[in-house]
Design a protein around this ligand. Structure first.
Ligand SMILES: Nc1ncnc2c1ncn2[C@@H]1O[C@H](COP(=O)(O)OP(=O)(O)OP(=O)(O)O)[C@@H](O)[C@H]1O
Ligand SMILES: O=C(O)c1ccc[n+]([C@@H]2O[C@H](COP(=O)([O-])O)[C@@H](O)[C@H]2O)c1
Length: 198
């Protein structure tokens, strides 16, 4: 009898950039692309949360706008896609719940959850963080004003810091300042057309 050598297919490597994306900006796109290329990821999913688990979301704009802005921002990059998992699930978007479901439904995928330095610092307060740390690879990227040191398992990626935040974009727009080159043109056109943040 001949023993068949069963070759295991290597797992796909998928990145996830979870966020409120209120609005998406070039900092998000830059970190996703850097992590994708440095870690050789097959794809990066931008995953808008329905309700951020840690902040009062009263000021967040409707998810339809946030999702549409993400779609417009990533449309030119074939490695980027939008994940509607948390939007469709509704309720508070705990990452633990998301990752349990994704791992169960996609056993041949290894997930890399990308977070900025502010979120690396906040990890101790995440829901079921010890369990979550065992079922996903966190990838930490530097952000101005935060260290990326953590008691948790985090892969640190060294990339140039871009001091852009959604808060900065919203404030600039409110004041009538230009945000050109901080967000994609298509997103800027959409914001203007729908009078968001004015
Ligand atoms: N310029 C940046 N550099 C590194 N990481 C970033 C940057 N902007 C956002 N991130 C990370 O992207 C993820 C999603 O961020 P989010 O959508 O909350 O944007 P934000 O700019 O942090 O928003 P806000 O200013 O409203 O808090 C988080 O993990 C955050 O740390
Ligand atoms: O699950 C948690 O407890 C948790 C706490 C803080 C943040 N997160 C996730 O981290 C991602 C970035 O969060 P935010 O608020 O910076 O957009 C987003 O996907 C959140 O759902 C998750």
């Amino acid at each position: 009898m001949v023993n068949k050598v069963v070759q295991k297919k290597p797992k796909k490597k998928i990145g996830i950039l979870g966020g409120t994306f209120n609005p998406i900006h070039n900092g998000h796109l830059f970190i996703a692309e850097q992590v994708r290329t440095q870690l050789n990821l097959d794809k990066v999913f931008f995953m808008p949360d329905y309700k951020p688990p840690h902040i009062d979301s009263k000021n967040a704009i409707d998810s339809t706008y946030r999702v549409q802005m993400v779609n417009l921002a990533i449309k030119d990059n074939p490695y980027f896609a939008t994940s509607m998992d948390e939007i469709n699930r509704k309720g508070k978007s705990y990452t633990y719940d998301t990752m349990v479901t994704l791992n169960k439904n996609n056993p041949n995928v290894e997930y890399y959850f990308i977070i900025g330095g502010d979120m690396v610092n906040y990890l101790p307060k995440w829901y079921k963080i010890n369990e979550l740390n065992n079922i996903v690879n966190f990838v930490g990227v530097q952000r101005d004003g935060y260290s990326t040191e953590s008691p948790y398992r985090v892969i640190n990626i060294d990339i140039p810091k871009l001091d852009i935040s959604s808060t900065l974009i919203r404030n600039h727009i409110k004041k009538g300042n230009s945000v050109r080159y901080l967000i994609p043109n298509a997103v800027l056109d959409y914001i203007k057309e729908h009078h968001i943040y004015e």
